[in-house]
Write a protein that binds this ligand. Structure first.
Ligand SMILES: Nc1nc2c(ncn2[C@@H]2O[C@H](COP(=O)(O)OP(=O)(O)OP(=O)(O)O)[C@@H](O)[C@H]2O)c(=O)[nH]1
Length: 647
């Protein structure tokens, strides 16, 4: 990660939280252009004054790649090359969230408009930086919907990885022109010829069409934008047609409200227009319209084929449905294909460490979800943890990122329950209900079946590790569906796996079994019937609702034993005897006992020092506040924390 200072906004204030940072981005720019002024006819980017671009001189493209293959670095270099940012500004300029900087990953897709002169003409190139991690592939597919082409980046020392395969097919399925770029050729271990051969074998890409580049040193970059212009088609919209625009992203800015990113497919959009949503008929006034270059520049209009932002005064992103088509009031047009709505695949309860902080958490969750409409949440109550939220995420990393953002950006301290997937209960009359919390799994009721979500997982690995990976996947109840050699010593494996088995330590195991060489990607698949039971942990006979899980019957006993042993270790010695039990569908399958110990906190206070005794009792009382009482046992919050992580 770069330690260089971030470019300072004009008022000289340092970057603080990302929310504040977003705000500063809006206000550190020049004042928005007045309509009719020269500036409103265009914007200045990289020294070019931009007026109108006909569609044939616009290119909308994304950079797609496996995680860490260099997308954000490439985006930086392309911005430098076109003068959108100065050389030496902070690395990975488009990764603005604090969590993105710390984890070195891109979470939100970002957009930037670049102006580039090619063969004597200026082109407007709209670049959309996308996240590489599987959990965010939803962001990738919606970014691609606003594009006609994509740069497919592959690390020339690593070659094709699982997400290279997944992202290539996302682009291919959307009929996008793919420009292959073998990146990191400055590395001593780079083998561009071998990787180009892999591209041919895996995707039927002509090795001669692969560009060789180093986003780090800038080598070979001069060919990239000409290739974008020559190989990616211009947007095909009708300039004289009625306005039709695709809403492909929306985020919340503290001071401007909801900012929507749009592609104007047909016609033109002007400040002051009234637009209507094709999905719900809501009407919105266009208060501001402009491009991101990368700072927002109000332009007063967006022409056919352009990508830019609009501000409509919406307060939450809930009304800005990503994938929606918007048109001018009284001039309806057929809706664009839209996107599949994102579906939560991992659920977890989120509770404040101290029950008194619920209000603060409520506020923080509300603010953060303004910006990420793919997080589903509702309030829930747990006997053990009090009031909190049940949240749904696209995947485990998505969940971790949300947790981290709540802590970092909103100062919340949290307990997150063990993640769970949605289960479908099939009743004897054939009806089905979905549960998102293991404590909703009915006990003592005959079910016709329980269905769980599966994924199709793609693993690309050096062939030497195939045996170990197969063992791991079998242990996780996987079914092998494809086994293909994609290059010398590289194998692609496809498995159908229960999504629930990817939680816990699957990634870690895969990484350690293959010394980090295997890469992994998955997409959701069907629900499958499975022999599942509810596993409860009981303290003195009382079930701890927050610790309930749904597990495969064959794994219930060993998991129950591990949880009991862990609970015993964590609770430590107690004043009264405590029984810890694990029950699978109400049947006790494991047990531990903590024998009684009379603990005298005042033992050390021999003599009659009353104030010291009082202090000790006060301290003990303070500690109790952070405990939750279950089965007459006071359980410190840390115990919940640790048990949630038991696999
Ligand atoms: N040697 C070398 N390193 C590079 C090059 N391009 C990127 N890197 C490094 O590779 C790492 C990952 O680069 P990023 O640009 O963050 O990769 P990314 O694909 O955007 O990653 P995600 O956003 O997490 O998907 C960083 O440490 C970069 O400095 C290159 O051409 N050569």
């Amino acid at each position: 990660m770069s330690t260089e200072p971030h470019p300072q906004p004009r008022d000289g204030l340092a970057r603080q939280t990302s929310t504040q940072h977003f705000h500063r981005r809006w206000y550190s720019k020049a004042a928005p252009a007045e309509e009719g002024s020269d500036a409103s006819k265009g914007f200045v980017a990289g020294g070019f004054s931009v007026t109108h671009f006909p569609p044939e001189r616009i290119r909308n493209f994304s950079i797609i790649a496996h995680v860490d293959h260099g997308k954000s670095t490439m985006a930086d270099r392309l911005m430098e090359l076109t003068g959108a940012i100065r050389k030496g500004m902070q690395e990975q300029y488009l990764d603005k969230l604090q969590v993105e900087r710390e984890r070195g990953i891109t979470v939100k897709a970002q957009t930037v408009s670049l102006v580039y002169r090619h063969k004597g003409a200026d082109y407007l190139l709209n670049l959309i930086d996308t996240p590489g991690h599987v959990d965010f592939s939803y962001e990738v597919s919606r970014s691609l919907a606003a594009c006609q082409g994509a740069l497919l980046l592959v690390d020339a020392s690593q070659g094709i990885q699982a997400q290279t395969v997944a992202n290539f097919f996302l682009a291919f399925d959307q009929d996008l022109a793919v420009v292959p770029v073998l990146n990191k050729i400055d590395m001593a271990t780079a083998e561009p010829a071998r990787v180009a051969a892999e591209m041919q074998q895996a995707f039927d890409i002509d090795p001669a069409s692969c560009l060789l580049a180093s986003a780090k040193t800038g080598r070979g970059l001069e060919q990239v934008l000409p290739a974008v212009i020559e190989r990616i088609p211009a947007p095909q919209g009708r300039e004289e047609g009625r306005l039709r625009m695709l809403l492909f992203d929306a985020y919340h800015d503290e001071y401007r409200g909801v900012v929507c990113l749009v592609e104007v497919v047909d016609g033109q959009l002007h400040k002051g227009d009234k637009v209507v949503s094709a999905s719900n008929g809501e009407q919105h006034d266009i208060l501001e319209v402009g491009v991101l270059a990368p700072e927002p520049h109000a332009t007063g209009r967006l022409c056919t084929g352009q990508v830019g932002y609009i501000i409509t005064g919406l307060k939450t992103t809930k009304s800005a449905r990503v994938g929606d088509t918007w048109f001018l009031d009284k001039q309806p047009v057929p809706a664009l294909p839209g996107f599949k709505p994102s579906k939560s695949m991992v659920f977890a309860g989120i509770y404040p460490v101290s029950a008194a902080d619920f209000e603060q958490l409520d506020h923080a969750v509300e603010r953060l979800t303004l910006n990420d409409a793919s997080i589903a949440f509702k309030k829930e109550n747990s006997a053990a943890l009090g009031a909190g939220f049940r949240c749904g995420f696209l995947g485990l990393l998505h969940m971790e990122v949300f947790h981290q953002r709540l802590e970092q950006e909103h100062g919340a301290s949290l307990i997150t329950t063990a993640p769970t997937v949605p289960y479908m209960l099939e009743h004897s009359d054939g009806s089905k209900t979905e549960i998102q919390n293991p404590s909703q799994f009915p006990l003592g009721q005959k079910l016709a079946g329980v269905w769980e979500p599966t994924v199709v997982a793609t693993i690309v690995t050096p062939s030497d590790y195939v045996g170990r990976i197969m063992e791991l996947c079998q242990d996780r109840r996987g079914d092998l569906t494809e086994h293909a050699v994609i290059a010398a010593n590289r194998t692609l494996l496809r498995y159908t796996l229960p999504l629930a088995e990817l939680g816990g330590d699957f990634y870690d195991e895969l990484k350690s079994l293959t010394s980090g060489y295997a890469s992994f990607d998955y997409e959701e698949s069907e629900y499958r019937k499975a022999d599942l039971v509810r596993l409860d942990l009981l303290l003195n006979g009382e079930a701890v609702d927050a610790l309930a899980r749904v597990v495969h019957r064959g794994k219930a006993q060993s998991m129950g034993r591990r949880m009991c042993a862990k609970m015993k270790e964590l609770l430590g010695r107690q004043l009264f005897e405590v029984t810890i039990q694990a029950a699978a569908n109400n049947r006790i399958i494991a047990r531990e006992t903590i024998s009684a110990l009379r603990k005298n906190v005042l033992a050390k206070c021999y003599g009659g020092d009353v104030s010291r005794k009082r202090k000790l009792l006060e301290k003990q009382k303070e500690g109790k506040k952070r405990m939750r009482r279950v089965g007459s046992v006071d359980v410190p919050q840390e115990v919940f924390h640790a048990l949630m992580k038991t696999n």
